[in-house]
Write a protein that binds this ligand. Structure first.
Ligand code: SF4
Ligand code: SF4
Length: 340
């Protein structure tokens, strides 16, 4: 199996071992302990990190040298057969999220919005924010990044190039379009960070939802009615792969008059929503994450809990509502500020 772009020599010269020292879910006595585990991972040996990892993606962001430690860790897990979730669950998910062959050719016009495997969210693409947009959606164009949570880099290598080919053949090529707006953070992470690390060619230009919205807000500036509200943001795991987009979200919030609560579990210290550990049958961990995260949101005085990832929203929406916070997607919040 081809490996991801990762250089153990870079680790040899690394003084801080941030990838492990900053991990919120695995404890290390000191830097020497973390270095020892790093060396075990890198030399193909067994490390407790492969067993204890919550697959939160955060070490991808923590590494100051962009050395792809998490993608490499998933390679090691798969090679050694260390599965974060029970095998029957992985098999079931693989079947459920496989391409179904239901895709047909569609003439599209710009902007083309990729809704990944979330047909239930296509109603979000409305109003002046998405004026004239074409929507593409379905498991045939599912970005497949979720296999990072299940030690299945091989599936990413197999399915992502096929998905890219389908996007080109069924939608973009014949319509003469070269840009794809990624509604789902994970799709943008796949077509930029993952593609780069795994050596997968992407013939279109992926555009993150935040960049698209930010640009539209400049055009629609005279329609904005500032919301004047404090929100708690649930930063998703996939955003660890593309941290440069987080500051774009800050620009969006500023333009629509939203204060992002300065809370413990945001930005580099964001907590997993709990959905993945739940799917991996690590229920105690999932319960603790949800409890700590929501308590922090409540303490911050936020009125809304804003989501970028539909999976995080499905996991936490009911629980945040019970605590008096209104769950909402970024795009819906922006549409509120546009009076729509
Ligand atoms: S992966 Fe990055 S942070 Fe971790 S030891 Fe290697 S260079 Fe340092
Ligand atoms: S993915 Fe998250 S839990 Fe796993 S080693 Fe990296 S930071 Fe720790």
């Amino acid at each position: 199996m081809a490996t991801v772009r990762f250089d153990p020599e870079v680790c040899s010269g690394c003084e801080t071992i941030d990838c492990l020292m900053k991990c919120q879910y695995i404890n290390f006595r000191d830097v020497a302990d973390a270095r020892s585990e790093r060396e075990k991972i890198n030399s193909s040996g067994q490390s407790r990190v492969l067993e204890e990892c919550l697959t939160c993606y955060a070490c991808q962001e923590y590494c100051p040298y962009d050395n792809n430690p998490f993608y490499h860790l998933v390679d090691r897990q798969e090679a050694l057969g260390i599965l974060p979730a029970p095998t029957p669950i992985v098999k079931e998910q693989l079947k459920m999220m496989a391409p179904k062959g239901r895709i047909t050719k569609q003439q599209v016009t710009s902007p083309v919005v990729d809704m990944c495997a979330f047909p239930m969210l296509t109603g979000c693409i409305r109003g002046t924010l998405f004026e004239g947009a074409s929507v593409v959606v379905g498991t045939d164009i599912f970005c497949n990044i979720m296999w990072l949570h299940f030690a299945r880099n091989s599936v990413i290598r197999e399915r992502v190039p096929e998905v890219i080919d389908r996007i080109m053949y069924y939608y973009l090529s014949d319509s003469g379009i070269s840009e794809l707006i990624c509604f789902h953070d994970e799709c943008y992470g796949t077509y930029t960070s993952v593609a780069d690390a795994y050596g997968i060619e992407v013939p279109f230009k992926p555009v993150h939802l935040f960049d698209y919205i930010n640009g539209r807000l400049d055009i629609l500036a005279d329609r904005i009615k500032p919301l004047d509200v404090k929100i708690a943001y649930q930063r998703p795991c996939s955003n660890r792969l593309i941290p440069q987009t987080d500051s774009v979200l800050d620009e969006i919030f500023k333009k629509i008059g939203v204060e992002r609560a300065d809370r413990t579990y945001d930005r580099q210290n964001a907590l997993c929503c709990g959905g993945v550990p739940r799917a991996q049958q690590r229920d105690d961990e999932a319960d603790r994450l949800v409890e700590d995260n929501i308590a922090d949101m409540v303490d911050s005085g936020a009125k809304y809990c804003v989501f970028n990832c539909p999976f995080c929203m499905a996991t936490l929406a009911e629980a945040v509502l019970e605590k008096g916070l209104m769950p909402i997607l970024v795009s819906d919040l922006v549409q509120m500020a546009l009076g729509e």
